[in-house]
Ligand binder design. Structure first.
Ligand SMILES: Cc1cc2nc3c(=O)[nH]c(=O)nc-3n(C[C@H](O)[C@H](O)[C@H](O)COP(=O)(O)O)c2cc1C
Length: 196
């Protein structure tokens, strides 16, 4: 049976974790990117479809290509981040279902149903993006997720064969807490929840 994490761990994952825009001059060990994925991959998805695909942008040349796709307000924070992850989804993720969900013919649920492929690919990859942020925080990394970029430009620059499609760009590194904005309020339980 699982047990509750320590208060320290819960605070690191949620209550004290922030979205970072400024980064310490401290590299991210490439081995940590592998460890990160090894945790992300176990988050649940519909029929275990695992549509998330990730490009970890670390080289200066790839970073320059990505910067050209970012909204003006996201350029400097992305330039300064030691790693920037392009979180994408595989537009033909269902091809992997015979491997990922072998006890049922799940691929046939998708074959010929482009609307279901598009919806489930996108929604499950976004779900996995949430796991990505939480796994990064669990490993002591900070994140700066961004929707402010030109997806068509990112797709042309990084996925010219059209198989993967960019959803979120997420800076990764060790955040500079001295540069944080004040935390914005959240909705209360009463505002956001009902017990039925
Ligand atoms: C999907 C997504 C897209 C976002 N897009 C941007 C963005 O384009 N630029 C930016 O500066 N912040 C962006 N943010 C950051 C949010 O504004 C930030 O996570 C939110 O205000 C909560 O901040 P906090 O974690 O510090 O409390 C994005 C966050 C998410 C999850």
């Amino acid at each position: 049976m699982s047990h509750a994490l320590s208060q320290d761990a819960i605070h690191q994952l949620f209550d004290n974790a922030r979205t970072h825009n400024a980064w310490l001059d401290k590299p991210v060990d490439p081995a940590l990117l592998h460890t990160l994925y090894e945790h992300v991959k176990f988050g649940p998805t519909a029929a275990n479809c695992c549509p998330l695909r990730i490009v970890f942008v670390t080289s200066p040349a790839a970073k320059e290509r990505l910067l050209a796709c970012m909204s003006p307000g996201n350029v400097e924070k992305t330039r300064n981040a030691p790693v920037t992850a392009i979180l994408a989804h595989d537009t033909a993720f269902h091809e992997q279902l015979p491997k990922l969900f072998p006890h049922a013919d799940a691929k046939s649920w998708y074959d010929g149903n482009d609307a279901k492929i598009a919806r489930d690919g996108l929604t499950n990859a976004w779900l996995q993006a949430g796991y990505f942020i939480m796994a990064a925080r669990a490993l002591g990394l900070d994140c700066g997720p961004m929707g402010g970029f030109d997806a068509a430009q990112v797709n042309a620059a990084f996925f010219p064969d059209g198989k993967w499609a960019a959803d979120i760009v997420c800076n990764l590194g060790y955040g500079d807490v001295s540069k944080l904005f004040p935390r914005n309020p959240r909705l209360s339980f009463e505002e956001a929840c009902r017990i039925a």
